[in-house]
Design a protein around this ligand. Structure first.
Ligand code: ZN
Length: 498
């Protein structure tokens, strides 16, 4: 038994809106007791001073993509559909080193910015591999971060998935995109099964899940296969649902009903199911998710960055949807800053209407980014709160930083003021990963050199993929916005095309 005691800090209780002075006793990786200054501790307890620190539960990123970190800043005016068009350019030709580095780079950024766990929809072009997933898992384990790593998969290419897009392409480009076809559903499902069976990480720290990427990029049989694997291995299921209007319209065209109604009819919704984005959910969709105990990973930064729209978090909460908050991948975020994600979740809620009573409160945004996200990850009741029995995933903010001068309100300032620059130390599972601004688990200089070398190599290896993107951009970039011009009402009438 190893004990640690954090003395002299202010301990944030998000729900209560308080940050009273208290000591925290940690046994191994778990919080045992929180009590008044001078709390009794075993003699051999390691003592850490938390004086002038605000202690808050580690933020939990409900939606990201580890593969995106080597692609940050590669695009500017990208819709979701242009980002998907760029996928071979920004993801292809990755070797084992690249796969590990991209994930590790994101993990490093997250812990330095107060995030201690994430749900990573890890993408390998053209299909996931046991080796690639193990490299992603190792990247998190090496940084000392918690994660859910879900292979992001499909059995239809983007050009097969968007109604009419293939036929809109000039003949020469049709031949080119034919090479982007994905492996068969059977082959991909068999690969995921192997990866799940061979998973070698402690599931309390790094666990697997399954991510059929976007419903209409997957045949129904493939979605059911993914759901079956999730059930068999008792892991989560995560999909991008109603992210862009193009997706929502494509869903209606293909299914004659919303994507969510279709998933419900397939029987795959449940407490283990997480919808990423949900910008274009209608009220019935939200009620379906809420009734099934499902989660939405709300990614306001990505939604604005890709022009996807503004998700209605208040309407989701009203229908008992479990709300988590994420950054999305660095290829469309373009950072991994959960303070920013919380702040944007608050702001996005506030621009949707004049009735301020429907706006998200900072408390709600902070709860979503901690307990709500934790539940989406399958870590509900174990992380996301500073309380006895919870894992000791604790961020220590410097109260002498300008962000906290003066100290007016801990939750308002956490969500609306803090930007990650006051993060002093980060503990995950009772282990200090960041100590007074210094990352203890990864050599940042070596990471920098390896990332620079990977960038050089990938830029050269993906020149043809970049040219293909440039040829496709005008076609996809005009066809898809045209599809999105279809009148599509989500709030007043339920999802339907007119
Ligand atoms: Zn995503």
């Amino acid at each position: 038994m190893a004990y640690t005691i954090l003395r002299g800090g202010r301990v944030l209780d998000i729900a209560a809106g308080t940050a009273d002075f208290a000591d925290i006793l940690i046994e191994d990786d778990t919080i045992r007791e929180i009590g008044l200054a001078g709390l009794a501790a075993p003699e051999d307890a390691a003592e850490i001073s938390a004086a002038r620190r605000l202690l808050h539960p580690g933020l939990v990123n409900a939606h990201t993509h580890g593969n995106g970190n080597l692609a940050k800043g590669m695009g500017d005016r990208w819709t979701l559909e242009l980002l998907l068009t760029a996928a071979p350019w920004i993801n292809d030709n990755r070797n084992a080193e690249d796969k590990y580095l991209s994930t590790q780079l994101g993990a490093v950024e997250m812990v330095l910015k107060g995030c201690t766990a994430c749900y990573d929809l890890s993408f390998e072009w053209p299909a996931p591999s046991s080796e690639g997933l193990a490299l992603a898992g190792k990247a998190y384990a090496d940084v000392g971060m918690r994660a859910v790593v879900a292979p992001m998969v499909a059995d239809r290419s983007f050009y097969e998935a968007i109604p009419g897009l293939h036929d809109a392409l000039p003949l020469a480009l049709r031949d080119k995109v034919a090479t982007l076809r994905l492996p068969s559903a059977e082959a991909t499902l068999a690969g995921i099964r192997t990866a799940l069976r061979e998973w070698r990480f402690d599931r309390g720290q790094v666990r697997p899940a399954v991510a059929p990427t976007i419903p209409h990029h997957c045949s129904d049989g493939f979605i059911l296969g993914c759901a079956e694997l999730a059930r068999e291995f008792d892991v989560g299921l995560h999909s991008h649902v109603a992210e862009s209007k193009v997706q929502a319209v494509a869903g209606i065209r293909l299914y004659g009903r919303s994507q969510t109604a279709h998933l419900d009819a397939l029987g795959v919704l449940g407490p283990h199911f997480t919808v990423a984005h949900g910008v274009w959910l209608d009220e019935d969709d939200m009620a379906r998710l809420g009734d099934h105990g499902a989660s939405v990973a709300h990614n306001p930064g990505s939604n604005m960055r890709l022009g996807s729209g503004l998700a209605d978090a208040r309407a989701m909460l009203e229908r008992r949807v479990n709300l988590g908050i994420g950054t999305d991948g660095a290829n469309c975020a373009d950072n991994q800053n959960m303070y920013e994600a919380m702040r944007l979740a608050s702001f996005v809620s506030k621009v949707q209407g004049p009735d301020w009573r429907r706006w998200l409160m900072t408390r709600e945004a902070a709860l979503a980014a901690t307990e709500g996200s934790a539940r989406a990850l399958g870590f509900g009741g174990r992380i996301g709160r500073l309380a006895p029995g919870y894992k000791a995933d604790i961020v220590m903010l410097d109260l002498d930083h300008p962000n906290w001068l003066p100290f007016n309100d801990p939750v308002n300032q956490l969500v609306h003021t803090e930007d990650g620059t006051a993060v002093a130390s980060v503990m995950i599972g009772g282990r200090l990963v960041v100590d007074n601004h210094k990352l203890l688990t990864v050599d940042l200089g070596r990471l920098r050199d390896r990332v620079a070398a990977a960038r050089e190599r990938l830029a050269a290896a993906n020149i043809d993929n970049r040219r293909l993107y440039e040829a496709l951009e005008p076609v996809v970039g005009s066809y898809c916005p045209g599809l999105a011009l279809a009148p599509y009402h989500v709030h007043r009438y339920g999802a339907r095309l007119e």
